[in-house]
Design a binder for this molecule. Structure first.
Ligand code: PLP
Length: 439
């Protein structure tokens, strides 16, 4: 039987991007000029339509291939209450990695049973917070398990846990290796897993729901996910034998890559999800076992291309024979990824969308670091002071990694849909910056 799903490739641009007759881009039916006029710049813009279709690229195929599933958004990619409310309308849960992220999730419409708590060094306070709100905890190591045994006993609270394992696979973009020895701070070693299980299997306050694993990020291959499904099914079978009961859940993490530049060639989300889910079905049904609930944890592929950042060009500096810098009013404090990982992005002049790219620029931020450069070499239309620059695919790991370096107020974030914009995060003010100063 062949299955087809309505699933477009992950595009660089938000799906609602259009060009107005004046040559200015519009997103969600709102022109970039209007957005910058109303909210200032830099400005994070999130496209409602792209967010929803990205969610559906997971939920639609899973509905057919693996109906007992939960898509859990990896909140570290970008977290605001408004965003979570939209994702909850699409049926997604969320995973969090700190008290701050958990607090944000608890303020949203995501139902508590659909919140998962990760982290390799959760504090006692964080564990207590999770326990008191009955949040599913992904236990990362044996010490954390010991803390949970103690806390559940002290408070007479019940913990629902998954154990994070190392699946012997490491994958990042095109690097994919199967290895018995993974050097990662995350997860329980394969050799320690059964000992952890035995420690709590008869504890009435700790209930093991299943196993978790995550193999990396910005992954372009399907094969590691098929291997992951096979390995995790085998681990789950062993866990089930040890516990003497069927396992309720299996969590295969996130990591599907997106297209930042025209040379990136990520797979279709539906292709990965269907291949992985079918492999799980095969592994469990061939052993006559009931299918556990499948949890996946995408971050980047839900929010990445839904987000763009708008900047205003404040200056142009030509160094003859060297390069021409375009100065923008943001930079490393709102997007650290080029400095941190040499990440590549796609740029354009949003107020000259119909003009040909005829000039080469370096795009420099305004911060006191020579390295504060978003790209050293990009061809763009002829730019002028006052133009709006657009950087695509900034929805993931930009706002969430933003800082107040040089005491820059963090930008606002707005969402756009059907010709309307709506604030998800207000721009920080100068007073916000000194709010915690004592003098
Ligand atoms: C445990 C876990 N799950 C999910 C994700 C989401 O990954 P991505 O944003 O690449 O989909 C991450 C990211 O690092 C992670 O650590």
């Amino acid at each position: 039987m062949t299955m087809t799903f309505v699933n477009k490739p992950i595009t660089i641009e938000p799906t609602s991007l259009t060009t107005n007759p004046d040559g200015h881009y519009a997103i969600g039916g709102v022109s970039v000029t209007e957005l910058v006029h109303q909210y200032g710049s830099p400005l994070y813009v999130m496209d409602d339509a792209t967010l929803r279709s990205n969610c559906q690229s997971y939920t639609n195929p899973l509905q057919t291939v693996y109906p007992n599933h939960l898509v859990v958004y990896a909140g570290k990619a970008c977290l605001t209450v408004g965003l979570l409310n939209l994702l909850s309308e699409e049926g997604l849960g969320v995973d969090v990695v700190s008290a701050g992220e958990l607090y944000t999730a608890l303020k949203s419409n995501i139902p508590q049973p659909n919140i998962l708590f990760h982290g390799n060094n959760k504090s006692r306070e964080e564990l207590e917070m999770a326990l008191k709100h009955s949040i599913r905890i992904i236990v990362d190591n044996e010490q954390e398990l010991d803390s949970l045994i103690e806390l559940t006993q002290a408070y007479q609270l019940r913990a629902r846990i998954m154990l994070r394992t190392k699946p012997e696979i490491e994958a990042h973009t095109h690097d994919y290796i199967k290895t018995g020895q993974i050097d990662s701070k995350f997860g329980i070693e394969k050799s320690d897993l059964l000992r952890c299980v035995r420690k709590v299997k008869d504890n009435p306050l700790i209930h093991i729901l299943g196993l978790h694993s995550h193999i990396g990020s910005q992954i372009f291959d399907i094969e590691p996910y098929i291997d992951l499904a096979t390995i995790m099914a085998e681990h789950t079978v062993r866990l089930s034998e040890e516990l003497g009961r069927p396992i309720e859940e299996i969590n295969l993490g996130g990591g599907i890559g997106i297209k930042y530049t025209h040379s990136d060639d990520p797979p279709l989300v539906s292709d990965v999800i269907v291949a992985m889910a079918k492999q799980l079905v095969h592994e469990f049904t061939s052993r006559g076992m009931k299918l556990p609930k499948l949890i996946v944890e995408p971050g980047r592929s839900i929010v990445g291309n839904a987000g763009v950042t708008l900047y205003t060009v404040g200056g142009i500096k030509e160094i003859p024979g060297v390069k021409t810098y375009l100065f923008i009013d943001g930079g490393m404090s709102d997007n650290i990824r080029p400095m941190l990982y040499q990440s590549q992005y796609t740029f354009d002049i949003a107020t000259k969308a119909k003009q040909p790219a005829i000039q080469t620029y370096a795009i420099a931020g305004k911060f006191c670091e020579s390295g504060d450069v978003l790209t050293h070499n990009v061809s763009l239309p002829h730019a002028e002071v006052g133009d709006i620059m657009i950087v695509f695919d900034t929805g993931a790991y930009n706002y969430s990694m933003s800082s107040n370096y040089n005491r820059a107020p963090r930008p606002a974030m707005v969402t756009v849909s059907n010709g309307k914009s709506h604030v998800w995060v207000k721009r920080e003010t100068l007073d916000d910056l000194i709010r915690n100063d004592c003098y």
